[in-house]
Design a binder for this molecule. Structure first.
Ligand code: SF4
Ligand code: SF4
Length: 287
């Protein structure tokens, strides 16, 4: 099994578009598509699917036994996230701030804390009409801590030759959590100063985790200078260039077949996959 993540330093660079193209191109091998952009999952809007099940996801947070609690305050003191506060006559938990580290229950001298389940979102399990399955994480509105849900989505990466992951944008914890453990990371970049600046940050994250990666330039305007600059600066392969096209953007937004609108896209995605395959073969990852 090979796990391919599609990420980007910032939103709006065409990450989901690219992941969708890969899923469509690989439909015949029954890929697993994971939407780990759990705050704003949307790849499912562009891939026809039928939902077969929805599962709730929880994470452990402290539940206080007030009969045992002596209000010593040690739990609040050990919490790095200010999720516990000692009030006049009780301990109050702010579950949204809790990172489920378990330190408070471990250290409570009165054994007054038991971990209880706290609902954080759901995972939609669906069959893709053209082949494969899609697993979509949806974070509960108001929930700020998404890595546990991202990991729960990633747990579904089983029994498939290829897993394609649409990652959260940016370079904070959710993106890091999503790409951790993948075999290859495709970074979607747009040829603008903002795009290149954020690419720097994304690359830091990818290099930190030692994940092989390559770039795909989206909305490319034909300026070869951008490619040269990227190659010189980052010494990374440019795996593909998707030309700027109003017709393509419009078809994508309407959920139409983008390969019909821009036939050369077939070749671009095939070549991109060939390069990922060859990189995986070199590293003895079966694909
Ligand atoms: S550490 Fe235990 S006993 Fe102390 S305030 Fe927290 S819950 Fe109560
Ligand atoms: S589990 Fe960790 S993060 Fe949550 S309240 Fe306890 S110490 Fe704080």
């Amino acid at each position: 099994m090979v796990k391919i993540a599609v990420a980007s330093g910032k939103g709006g660079t065409g990450k989901t578009f690219l992941a969708m193209c890969l899923a469509q191109k690989l439909a015949e091998v029954d890929p697993i598509v994971l939407d780990t952009d759990v705050e704003e999952p949307n790849i499912g809007l562009f891939l026809q699917h039928n939902i077969v099940q929805t599962k709730n996801v929880s994470r452990p947070v402290p539940g206080i036994d007030y009969d045992k609690c002596t209000l010593c305050g040690e739990c609040a003191e050990v919490c790095n996230f200010n999720a516990l506060a000692v009030l006049a006559d009780e301990i109050t938990l702010f579950p949204e701030l809790c990172h489920s580290c378990g330190a408070c229950s471990y250290l409570c001298p009165e054994n007054a804390i038991n971990e209880i389940d706290y609902y954080i979102g759901s995972i939609e399990i669906a069959k893709l009409v053209h082949g494969g399955q899609i697993f979509t994480g949806r974070l509960k509105i108001g929930e700020a801590y998404s890595p546990p849900l991202i990991n729960a989505v990633k747990d579904y990466a089983t029994n498939a030759s290829v897993v394609i992951m649409d990652c959260p944008p940016g370079t904070t914890c959710p993106m890091i959590e999503a790409i951790r453990g993948v075999d290859f990371c495709i970074l979607a970049v747009e040829p603008t100063p903002f795009g290149l600046h954020d690419l720097n940050l994304a690359l830091e994250a990818v290099h930190m985790l030692k994940i092989p990666c390559g770039l795909v330039i989206n909305k490319w305007d034909g300026d070869e200078g951008v490619i040269k600059e990227l190659k010189e600066k980052y010494n990374l392969p440019v795996l593909g260039k998707i030309p700027f096209s109003v017709e393509l953007a419009s078809a994508y937004a309407k959920g139409e077949d983008v390969f019909t609108i821009l036939p050369e896209l077939q070749e671009i995605i095939e070549s991109l996959l060939d390069q990922v395959r060859s990189e995986c073969r070199e590293r003895n990852i079966s694909y």
